[in-house]
Design a binder for this molecule. Structure first.
Ligand code: ATP
Ligand code: MG
Length: 560
């Protein structure tokens, strides 16, 4: 693997921040108000994390504020569970909207009144055509659309029909309200877009008050205007919608005029960042839920042990650009390792144990050895490790007939036990099938702490746990959910990695690991970063692998 370089030359400077700075300096804007506007139809993913960092980040940097607004205009797909998870995830990311929590559904009455304003001005009409007919007459990029036969209705007729739509007189899909703009516009979004549709559906917040719901396009810009959003930041696919949002703002008595700016959405190799696919993964049980540690959701990353700081650093590193691109997955891994290497305490855990009996260590004797919690941060202190005659080492740290370059345990070979002693392998015990079940070793009492007074060297340091003191645990090793570098939403099922989860049931952990808080990552020396899963209970510990160590294996294995 190669080291990943930050792509944003200077973190914290980008075209959005330049625009805001210029707006403030010129007096065009007196304050900065942004918003993060998720639709509550799923959990947030790491793409949303980028948008959260941008919207909350610029607001904080320029002394403004950022609202959390749910764009809840589609009651058939939206749920309270999603609203709750989104609030939890934004908070966990480290951001706070204060009292500025809003819902597009809170503006339904105002939006309805504005629809009537358009009708009275002859700028909206009720169309009796079906959805299919409307789609079929929209035209293409090269051909204009066809005007609806209902486009010429009088204001009175339109008002009457629209009010009856609201009153519930018509079934789903019977009619829609459309803006009356230009069926020949070069921008398809301006070809009489739908403003309201009939939907007899219960809404999580407004209940059965409404049976007509505004389209996303009709609700979005006006919600920004109601909240006095100054900089309405969204992803590039909404660039072509901007003329429509501007048309609404020009034709309605809105209290403020937001400006929209578009940035590139985040794509990452090996990941799918589409709520539609993520919903399918959950619904069809490819994963255990939205917070499955293999999911690219904020909840999944958190459960895997990824700290919020790593996501914020990642967002800073990738920067904000105007052109779409795909970020290398290793850049995310780099951000995670970088934070955890600094912050995670070191512990020892044996994932696939092999018993070692130290024959010259007296039976019934034990002692406490001191171990450092972080090699670069003395402030994190030390801890005691119980040591006695029986310990476990990693099965992979022993080879009966060592291959070339293997310097760890093998018959006759001396190695260092981390924080403890030098031991030498004397004998190999096998079961009836020939499998190695135990090693008989001796230790050198003069090497306490891991150094020989005579200056002799060993070529490897291995980790271990005490047989008596260690605690059992299940360890879940997560690998990439997708084996394809660019999984496509259409065929994602074939791109799934069948080995994305490996469960180790017999791991042994040093006892202090029983007290680590859920989702807080620690480093298992030489193995990677791991954290307790929410499923973990006293006596039935469960750890998730957050991420493996990179090139440090060679260094430590060679005696570091
Ligand atoms: P999806 O396509 O996954 O369903 P979405 O855009 O429909 O995502 P919303 O809930 O509407 O999801 O998104 C809320 C905000 O997050 C929007 O402002 C959107 O632009 C932003 N956002 C969503 N996905 C990404 C992404 N991959 N990168 C950056 N920003 C994103
Ligand atoms: Mg959306």
């Amino acid at each position: 693997m190669t080291a990943v370089e930050p792509v944003a030359a200077e973190a914290g400077r980008d075209f959005i921040r330049d625009i805001i700075q210029a707006d403030l300096e010129s007096g065009r804007r007196k304050e900065v108000i942004t918003r993060f506007p998720p639709e509550p139809n799923g959990y947030l993913h790491i793409g949303h994390a980028k948008s959260i960092c941008l919207n909350f980040g610029v607001a904080a940097e320029f002394g403004g504020r950022c609202h959390l607004r749910f764009d809840d205009t589609n009651p058939t797909k939206e749920e309270q569970e999603y609203i709750d998870s989104i609030e939890r995830d934004v908070r966990w990311m480290g951001f706070d909207w204060g009292p500025h929590l809003y819902f597009a559904s809170g503006y339904f009455e105002q939006l309805y009144a504005w629809a009537e304003v358009l009708i009275r001005a002859g700028k909206a009409y009720v169309d009796d055509q079906s959805q299919e007919e409307i789609r079929a007459t929209r035209g293409t990029l090269t051909e204009p659309g066809i005007e609806s036969p209902f486009r010429g209705r009088t204001v009175e007729e339109n008002l009457d029909l629209f009010r009856r739509m609201r009153a519930g007189e018509f079934p789903n899909g019977a009619r829609v309200l459309r803006a009356r703009i230009d069926m020949a516009s070069g921008n398809i979004n301006l070809r009489d877009p739908v403003l309201y549709r009939i939907l007899h559906a219960h809404h999580p917040r407004t209940g059965n008050t409404w049976c007509i719901y505004p389209s996303y396009d009709f609700a979005h810009g006006q919600s920004d205007a109601i909240e006095h959003i100054t900089h309405s930041i969204c992803t590039l696919e909404f660039e072509d919608h901007r003329p429509l949002y501007d048309w609404f703002v020009e034709n309605l008595p809105v209290p403020s005029r937001p400006r929209q700016y578009e940035f590139a959405r985040l794509n990452i190799t090996y990941l799918v960042l589409s709520k539609r696919v993520l919903t399918t993964l959950v619904r069809d049980k490819y994963v255990s839920g939205w917070d499955d540690p293999r999911m690219p959701t904020i909840a999944g990353l958190r459960r895997r042990g990824v700290p919020a700081q790593a996501l914020r650093d990642f967002a800073k590193r990738i920067g904000v650009a105007k052109a779409n691109s795909v970020v290398d997955m290793q850049m995310l891994d780099f951000s995670i390792r970088e934070v955890l290497n600094r912050t995670a305490e070191r512990r020892m855990a044996v994932l696939k144990p092999l018993k070692v009996v130290i024959e010259n260590y007296p039976e019934g004797q034990s002692e406490q050895l001191e171990a450092v919690n972080h090699p670069d941060d003395p402030g994190k202190g030390t801890r005691k490790l119980g040591f006695s005659r029986e310990i476990y080492v990693e099965r992979d740290d022993f080879q009966e007939t060592p291959v070339k370059g293997f310097f760890r345990l093998s018959p006759g070979r001396e190695v260092r036990l981390r924080w403890a002693y030098f031991i030498t392998c004397k004998e190999v015990v096998k079961d009836a099938s020939g499998e190695v079940v135990e090693l008989r070793c001796t230790y050198d009492p003069a090497t306490k702490g891991g150094n020989a007074p005579d200056g002799r060297k060993v070529k490897a340091t291995i980790h271990w746990v005490s047989a008596a003191d260690s605690v059992p645990a299940e360890v879940r090793i997560y690998n990439q959910l997708f084996k394809a570098i660019a999984p496509t939403p259409a065929t994602f099922a074939e791109d799934i990695n069948p080995q994305s989860l490996e469960v180790l049931t017999g791991a042994r952990l040093e006892p202090s690991l029983a007290d680590v808080p859920v989702e807080q990552a620690v480093q298992f020396e030489r193995q990677g970063y791991f954290c307790p899963d929410p499923d973990s209970k006293p006596g039935a510990l469960v750890f998730n692998r957050t991420i493996g160590l990179r090139d440090t294996w060679a260094k430590v294995a060679a005696g570091g």
